[in-house]
Design a protein around this ligand. Structure first.
Ligand code: NAI
Ligand code: MG
Length: 352
Protein backbone atom coordinates (compact mmCIF):
# COMPACT_ATOMS: atom_id res chain seq x y z
CA UNK A 1 0.00 0.00 0.00
CA UNK A 2 1.16 3.59 -0.52
CA UNK A 3 2.84 5.62 2.22
CA UNK A 4 0.08 7.69 3.78
CA UNK A 5 1.32 11.22 4.47
CA UNK A 6 -0.56 13.93 6.36
CA UNK A 7 0.36 17.24 4.75
CA UNK A 8 0.03 20.15 7.19
CA UNK A 9 1.25 23.53 5.85
CA UNK A 10 0.34 25.42 9.07
CA UNK A 11 0.95 29.16 9.11
CA UNK A 12 2.88 31.89 7.33
CA UNK A 13 5.63 30.71 5.00
CA UNK A 14 4.68 27.13 5.89
CA UNK A 15 1.92 27.71 3.32
CA UNK A 16 4.46 28.98 0.76
CA UNK A 17 7.18 26.34 1.10
CA UNK A 18 4.89 23.29 1.38
CA UNK A 19 3.81 23.46 -2.30
CA UNK A 20 7.50 23.23 -3.27
CA UNK A 21 7.94 20.08 -1.19
CA UNK A 22 4.86 18.63 -2.88
CA UNK A 23 6.31 19.54 -6.26
CA UNK A 24 9.52 17.66 -5.39
CA UNK A 25 7.53 14.69 -4.08
CA UNK A 26 5.54 14.64 -7.30
CA UNK A 27 8.82 14.50 -9.24
CA UNK A 28 10.20 11.55 -7.23
CA UNK A 29 6.83 9.82 -7.48
CA UNK A 30 7.05 10.02 -11.25
CA UNK A 31 10.74 9.16 -11.48
CA UNK A 32 10.94 6.32 -8.96
CA UNK A 33 7.34 5.23 -8.67
CA UNK A 34 7.35 5.98 -4.95
CA UNK A 35 3.76 5.24 -3.88
CA UNK A 36 2.43 8.19 -1.89
CA UNK A 37 -1.04 9.03 -0.64
CA UNK A 38 -1.00 12.68 0.39
CA UNK A 39 -3.74 13.78 2.78
CA UNK A 40 -4.05 17.58 2.99
CA UNK A 41 -4.91 19.00 6.43
CA UNK A 42 -5.74 22.64 7.11
CA UNK A 43 -5.79 22.50 10.91
CA UNK A 44 -2.87 22.75 13.31
CA UNK A 45 -2.84 26.37 12.19
CA UNK A 46 -3.71 29.76 13.58
CA UNK A 47 -6.37 30.08 10.85
CA UNK A 48 -8.10 27.06 12.38
CA UNK A 49 -7.73 28.69 15.79
CA UNK A 50 -9.39 31.87 14.50
CA UNK A 51 -12.38 29.79 13.31
CA UNK A 52 -12.73 27.40 16.25
CA UNK A 53 -10.78 28.69 19.25
CA UNK A 54 -8.61 25.54 19.11
CA UNK A 55 -5.51 24.73 17.12
CA UNK A 56 -6.79 21.25 16.25
CA UNK A 57 -10.08 19.32 16.21
CA UNK A 58 -10.76 17.10 19.24
CA UNK A 59 -10.22 13.89 17.23
CA UNK A 60 -6.86 15.01 15.80
CA UNK A 61 -5.05 12.02 17.21
CA UNK A 62 -7.47 9.58 15.58
CA UNK A 63 -7.20 11.37 12.26
CA UNK A 64 -3.40 11.19 12.27
CA UNK A 65 -2.78 7.83 13.93
CA UNK A 66 -3.16 5.84 10.72
CA UNK A 67 -0.63 7.97 8.85
CA UNK A 68 2.90 6.78 8.11
CA UNK A 69 4.28 10.28 8.47
CA UNK A 70 3.36 13.92 8.94
CA UNK A 71 4.89 16.55 6.68
CA UNK A 72 4.65 19.85 8.52
CA UNK A 73 5.33 23.44 7.43
CA UNK A 74 5.46 25.80 10.40
CA UNK A 75 3.10 26.98 13.09
CA UNK A 76 2.71 30.40 14.65
CA UNK A 77 1.03 33.71 13.94
CA UNK A 78 1.88 35.85 16.95
CA UNK A 79 -0.25 38.79 15.78
CA UNK A 80 -3.40 36.78 16.55
CA UNK A 81 -2.39 33.77 18.69
CA UNK A 82 0.28 33.80 21.43
CA UNK A 83 3.21 31.55 20.50
CA UNK A 84 2.92 29.29 23.54
CA UNK A 85 -0.73 28.63 22.64
CA UNK A 86 -0.04 27.78 18.98
CA UNK A 87 3.04 25.68 19.76
CA UNK A 88 1.68 23.73 22.74
CA UNK A 89 -1.65 23.34 20.91
CA UNK A 90 -0.12 21.59 17.90
CA UNK A 91 3.53 20.72 17.39
CA UNK A 92 4.36 19.90 21.00
CA UNK A 93 1.25 17.71 21.18
CA UNK A 94 2.46 15.75 18.16
CA UNK A 95 5.95 15.33 19.59
CA UNK A 96 4.72 14.13 22.97
CA UNK A 97 1.54 12.17 22.15
CA UNK A 98 3.24 10.42 19.22
CA UNK A 99 6.34 9.82 21.34
CA UNK A 100 8.63 11.39 18.75
CA UNK A 101 11.54 11.18 21.11
CA UNK A 102 14.28 11.86 18.57
CA UNK A 103 14.74 15.26 16.99
CA UNK A 104 17.27 14.73 14.23
CA UNK A 105 18.81 17.76 12.55
CA UNK A 106 21.44 17.43 9.83
CA UNK A 107 23.87 20.34 9.58
CA UNK A 108 25.77 20.72 6.34
CA UNK A 109 27.66 23.40 4.46
CA UNK A 110 26.80 23.29 0.76
CA UNK A 111 28.74 24.41 -2.24
CA UNK A 112 27.40 27.80 -3.35
CA UNK A 113 26.21 28.89 0.09
CA UNK A 114 28.21 31.69 1.70
CA UNK A 115 29.46 30.45 5.09
CA UNK A 116 29.43 32.96 7.93
CA UNK A 117 32.45 31.22 9.45
CA UNK A 118 35.69 32.42 7.87
CA UNK A 119 37.68 29.96 5.81
CA UNK A 120 35.19 27.07 5.81
CA UNK A 121 34.53 25.06 2.68
CA UNK A 122 31.92 22.41 1.88
CA UNK A 123 32.99 19.17 3.52
CA UNK A 124 34.22 20.95 6.66
CA UNK A 125 30.71 20.98 8.14
CA UNK A 126 28.62 17.85 7.83
CA UNK A 127 27.15 16.46 11.03
CA UNK A 128 23.97 15.40 12.77
CA UNK A 129 22.49 16.85 15.93
CA UNK A 130 20.40 14.29 17.85
CA UNK A 131 18.19 16.07 20.35
CA UNK A 132 16.08 14.43 23.06
CA UNK A 133 12.56 15.54 22.22
CA UNK A 134 10.07 14.50 24.90
CA UNK A 135 11.44 15.21 28.38
CA UNK A 136 14.45 16.89 29.98
CA UNK A 137 14.36 20.59 30.71
CA UNK A 138 11.07 21.20 28.84
CA UNK A 139 8.41 20.40 31.41
CA UNK A 140 5.39 22.05 32.94
CA UNK A 141 6.48 20.94 36.39
CA UNK A 142 7.00 23.79 38.79
CA UNK A 143 5.41 27.05 39.67
CA UNK A 144 5.66 30.45 41.23
CA UNK A 145 5.20 30.77 44.98
CA UNK A 146 4.46 33.98 46.87
CA UNK A 147 3.81 35.63 43.52
CA UNK A 148 4.09 39.38 43.46
CA UNK A 149 5.79 39.62 46.85
CA UNK A 150 9.37 40.09 47.91
CA UNK A 151 9.42 36.37 48.74
CA UNK A 152 8.55 35.35 45.18
CA UNK A 153 10.13 32.02 44.21
CA UNK A 154 10.04 30.24 40.86
CA UNK A 155 10.86 26.61 40.39
CA UNK A 156 10.93 24.53 37.20
CA UNK A 157 11.93 20.91 37.21
CA UNK A 158 13.95 18.88 34.73
CA UNK A 159 12.81 15.32 34.14
CA UNK A 160 15.21 12.72 32.80
CA UNK A 161 14.16 9.11 32.85
CA UNK A 162 16.52 6.18 32.35
CA UNK A 163 14.20 4.91 29.59
CA UNK A 164 14.05 8.30 27.87
CA UNK A 165 17.77 8.97 28.15
CA UNK A 166 18.96 5.54 27.14
CA UNK A 167 16.83 5.45 24.02
CA UNK A 168 18.14 8.76 22.68
CA UNK A 169 21.73 7.77 23.48
CA UNK A 170 21.21 4.42 21.77
CA UNK A 171 19.82 6.12 18.67
CA UNK A 172 22.83 8.47 18.58
CA UNK A 173 25.34 5.62 18.96
CA UNK A 174 23.56 3.76 16.15
CA UNK A 175 23.81 6.83 13.89
CA UNK A 176 27.51 7.19 14.71
CA UNK A 177 28.11 3.48 14.09
CA UNK A 178 26.53 3.79 10.63
CA UNK A 179 28.83 6.64 9.57
CA UNK A 180 32.48 6.41 8.54
CA UNK A 181 34.01 8.52 11.30
CA UNK A 182 32.76 6.37 14.21
CA UNK A 183 32.59 9.36 16.53
CA UNK A 184 30.01 10.68 18.99
CA UNK A 185 30.10 13.97 20.85
CA UNK A 186 27.95 14.27 23.97
CA UNK A 187 26.67 17.62 25.28
CA UNK A 188 26.74 17.97 29.04
CA UNK A 189 27.02 20.54 31.82
CA UNK A 190 28.00 18.32 34.68
CA UNK A 191 30.12 21.00 36.29
CA UNK A 192 27.19 23.36 36.87
CA UNK A 193 24.03 21.22 36.76
CA UNK A 194 25.31 18.92 39.42
CA UNK A 195 22.61 16.25 39.69
CA UNK A 196 20.99 15.53 36.34
CA UNK A 197 23.99 16.12 34.11
CA UNK A 198 26.49 13.82 35.88
CA UNK A 199 23.70 11.23 35.75
CA UNK A 200 23.28 11.85 31.98
CA UNK A 201 27.05 11.41 31.55
CA UNK A 202 26.83 8.11 33.44
CA UNK A 203 24.09 6.86 31.10
CA UNK A 204 26.28 7.85 28.12
CA UNK A 205 29.18 5.85 29.59
CA UNK A 206 26.92 2.85 30.17
CA UNK A 207 25.65 2.96 26.57
CA UNK A 208 29.20 3.41 25.27
CA UNK A 209 30.02 -0.04 26.66
CA UNK A 210 27.75 -1.46 23.91
CA UNK A 211 29.61 0.48 21.20
CA UNK A 212 33.30 0.20 22.12
CA UNK A 213 34.39 1.04 18.55
CA UNK A 214 32.89 4.55 18.78
CA UNK A 215 35.14 7.36 20.01
CA UNK A 216 33.16 9.44 22.52
CA UNK A 217 33.93 12.96 23.64
CA UNK A 218 31.93 14.92 26.23
CA UNK A 219 31.75 18.71 26.09
CA UNK A 220 30.18 21.19 28.45
CA UNK A 221 27.47 23.00 26.50
CA UNK A 222 29.20 26.38 26.71
CA UNK A 223 32.47 25.25 25.14
CA UNK A 224 30.52 23.02 22.77
CA UNK A 225 28.79 26.11 21.36
CA UNK A 226 32.20 27.75 20.92
CA UNK A 227 33.52 24.66 19.14
CA UNK A 228 30.53 24.59 16.77
CA UNK A 229 31.69 28.01 15.58
CA UNK A 230 35.48 27.58 15.84
CA UNK A 231 36.01 23.90 14.95
CA UNK A 232 32.86 22.60 13.20
CA UNK A 233 34.90 19.98 11.33
CA UNK A 234 35.34 18.16 14.66
CA UNK A 235 31.78 16.89 14.70
CA UNK A 236 30.01 13.94 13.13
CA UNK A 237 27.11 13.04 15.46
CA UNK A 238 26.26 15.18 18.48
CA UNK A 239 23.74 14.05 21.10
CA UNK A 240 22.11 16.38 23.61
CA UNK A 241 19.27 16.82 26.07
CA UNK A 242 16.14 18.69 24.98
CA UNK A 243 17.31 22.22 25.87
CA UNK A 244 20.94 21.80 24.85
CA UNK A 245 19.87 20.09 21.63
CA UNK A 246 17.47 22.93 20.85
CA UNK A 247 20.25 25.47 21.18
CA UNK A 248 22.77 23.42 19.19
CA UNK A 249 20.36 22.70 16.41
CA UNK A 250 19.76 26.40 15.78
CA UNK A 251 23.44 27.25 16.17
CA UNK A 252 24.54 24.51 13.78
CA UNK A 253 22.48 25.71 10.81
CA UNK A 254 23.41 29.32 11.61
CA UNK A 255 27.03 28.28 10.98
CA UNK A 256 26.10 26.99 7.54
CA UNK A 257 24.52 30.11 6.06
CA UNK A 258 20.78 30.41 6.51
CA UNK A 259 18.02 28.88 8.59
CA UNK A 260 16.15 28.53 5.29
CA UNK A 261 18.20 25.38 4.60
CA UNK A 262 17.81 23.48 7.85
CA UNK A 263 15.52 20.42 7.96
CA UNK A 264 14.45 18.30 10.91
CA UNK A 265 12.89 14.95 11.68
CA UNK A 266 10.85 14.23 14.81
CA UNK A 267 11.09 10.48 14.98
CA UNK A 268 9.37 7.64 16.71
CA UNK A 269 11.91 5.10 15.45
CA UNK A 270 9.78 2.12 16.49
CA UNK A 271 6.98 3.37 14.18
CA UNK A 272 4.33 2.88 16.84
CA UNK A 273 3.20 6.39 15.85
CA UNK A 274 3.73 8.63 12.81
CA UNK A 275 6.96 10.61 12.72
CA UNK A 276 6.95 14.29 11.75
CA UNK A 277 9.22 16.10 9.30
CA UNK A 278 9.50 19.89 9.27
CA UNK A 279 11.89 22.73 8.57
CA UNK A 280 13.74 24.12 11.59
CA UNK A 281 12.48 27.60 10.78
CA UNK A 282 9.13 29.03 11.81
CA UNK A 283 6.38 30.85 9.95
CA UNK A 284 8.48 33.98 9.30
CA UNK A 285 5.70 36.61 9.46
CA UNK A 286 8.27 39.23 8.42
CA UNK A 287 8.55 37.79 4.89
CA UNK A 288 5.22 35.98 4.50
CA UNK A 289 3.22 36.93 1.43
CA UNK A 290 6.22 38.03 -0.65
CA UNK A 291 6.99 34.62 -2.14
CA UNK A 292 10.67 34.88 -1.21
CA UNK A 293 11.02 32.15 1.45
CA UNK A 294 13.75 29.60 0.82
CA UNK A 295 12.03 26.25 0.11
CA UNK A 296 15.12 24.06 0.69
CA UNK A 297 14.53 23.31 4.39
CA UNK A 298 11.02 22.11 3.54
CA UNK A 299 12.11 20.04 0.53
CA UNK A 300 15.00 18.50 2.48
CA UNK A 301 12.57 17.65 5.32
CA UNK A 302 10.41 15.81 2.78
CA UNK A 303 13.55 13.96 1.63
CA UNK A 304 14.29 12.91 5.22
CA UNK A 305 10.73 11.63 5.40
CA UNK A 306 11.22 9.43 2.35
CA UNK A 307 14.51 8.13 3.78
CA UNK A 308 12.74 7.21 7.01
CA UNK A 309 10.04 5.44 4.97
CA UNK A 310 12.74 3.36 3.28
CA UNK A 311 12.85 5.27 -0.02
CA UNK A 312 16.61 5.87 -0.02
CA UNK A 313 16.97 6.39 -3.79
CA UNK A 314 14.27 9.05 -3.78
CA UNK A 315 15.95 10.77 -0.82
CA UNK A 316 19.30 10.75 -2.58
CA UNK A 317 17.81 12.22 -5.76
CA UNK A 318 16.14 15.02 -3.81
CA UNK A 319 19.35 15.84 -1.98
CA UNK A 320 21.39 15.78 -5.18
CA UNK A 321 18.88 18.17 -6.76
CA UNK A 322 19.15 20.51 -3.76
CA UNK A 323 22.97 20.40 -3.98
CA UNK A 324 22.92 21.27 -7.67
CA UNK A 325 20.47 24.13 -7.33
CA UNK A 326 22.38 25.60 -4.38
CA UNK A 327 25.60 25.43 -6.39
CA UNK A 328 24.22 26.77 -9.67
CA UNK A 329 21.08 28.71 -8.78
CA UNK A 330 18.42 29.92 -8.93
CA UNK A 331 18.72 31.03 -5.30
CA UNK A 332 16.39 32.92 -2.98
CA UNK A 333 17.37 36.21 -1.33
CA UNK A 334 18.60 34.72 1.94
CA UNK A 335 21.25 33.02 -0.24
CA UNK A 336 22.14 36.24 -2.01
CA UNK A 337 20.00 35.53 -5.09
CA UNK A 338 16.82 37.03 -6.55
CA UNK A 339 14.68 33.94 -7.15
CA UNK A 340 11.21 33.42 -5.78
CA UNK A 341 10.19 30.45 -3.64
CA UNK A 342 8.44 28.91 -6.64
CA UNK A 343 11.37 29.44 -9.03
CA UNK A 344 13.78 27.71 -6.68
CA UNK A 345 11.28 24.93 -5.92
CA UNK A 346 10.63 24.37 -9.62
CA UNK A 347 14.39 24.18 -10.29
CA UNK A 348 14.77 21.48 -7.63
CA UNK A 349 11.87 19.46 -9.05
CA UNK A 350 13.32 19.86 -12.55
CA UNK A 351 16.69 18.43 -11.44
CA UNK A 352 14.97 15.45 -9.82
P1 NAI B 1 11.35 32.17 12.06
O1 NAI B 1 12.16 30.97 11.80
O2 NAI B 1 9.95 32.15 11.57
O3 NAI B 1 12.10 33.43 11.39
C1 NAI B 1 13.38 33.86 11.82
C2 NAI B 1 14.05 34.69 10.72
O4 NAI B 1 14.50 33.83 9.67
C3 NAI B 1 13.11 35.69 10.07
O5 NAI B 1 13.82 36.86 9.75
C4 NAI B 1 12.66 34.98 8.79
O6 NAI B 1 12.31 35.85 7.75
C5 NAI B 1 13.89 34.16 8.44
N1 NAI B 1 13.50 32.90 7.77
C6 NAI B 1 12.92 31.83 8.37
N2 NAI B 1 12.68 30.88 7.46
C7 NAI B 1 13.13 31.34 6.28
C8 NAI B 1 13.14 30.81 4.95
N3 NAI B 1 12.66 29.58 4.65
N4 NAI B 1 13.67 31.58 3.96
C9 NAI B 1 14.17 32.77 4.23
N5 NAI B 1 14.18 33.33 5.46
C10 NAI B 1 13.66 32.64 6.47
O7 NAI B 1 11.39 32.43 13.62
P2 NAI B 1 10.63 33.56 14.50
O8 NAI B 1 10.57 34.84 13.73
O9 NAI B 1 11.29 33.53 15.80
O10 NAI B 1 9.17 33.01 14.73
C11 NAI B 1 8.06 33.34 13.90
C12 NAI B 1 6.88 32.43 14.24
O11 NAI B 1 7.22 31.07 13.93
C13 NAI B 1 6.52 32.43 15.72
O12 NAI B 1 5.13 32.34 15.81
C14 NAI B 1 7.19 31.19 16.26
O13 NAI B 1 6.56 30.66 17.39
C15 NAI B 1 7.03 30.26 15.09
N6 NAI B 1 8.02 29.17 15.05
C16 NAI B 1 7.55 27.95 14.70
C17 NAI B 1 8.41 26.90 14.57
C18 NAI B 1 7.85 25.60 14.10
O14 NAI B 1 6.77 25.53 13.57
N7 NAI B 1 8.58 24.52 14.26
C19 NAI B 1 9.84 27.03 14.83
C20 NAI B 1 10.25 28.38 15.13
C21 NAI B 1 9.35 29.40 15.26
MG1 MG C 1 14.49 25.96 18.36
Amino acid sequence: RPHRIAVIPGDGIGKEVMPEALRALDAVQRKFGVPLELVPIDWASCDHYAKTGEMMPPDWKNQLSGMDAILFGAVGWPATVPDHVSLWGSLLKFRREFDQYINLRPVRLFDGVPCPLAGRKPGDIDFLVVRENTEGEYTNLGGVMYAGTEREIVLQETVMSRHGTDRVLKFAFEQAAARPRQKLDVATKSNGIAISMPWWDGRADAMHANYPQIAVEKHHIDILCARFVLQPQRFDVVVASNLFGDILSDLGPACTGTIGLAPSANLNPERAFPSLFEPVHGSAPDIYGQGIANPVAMVWSAALMLQFLGEQAAHDAMLAAIEQVLAQGPRTRDLGGQASTAEMGAAIAERI
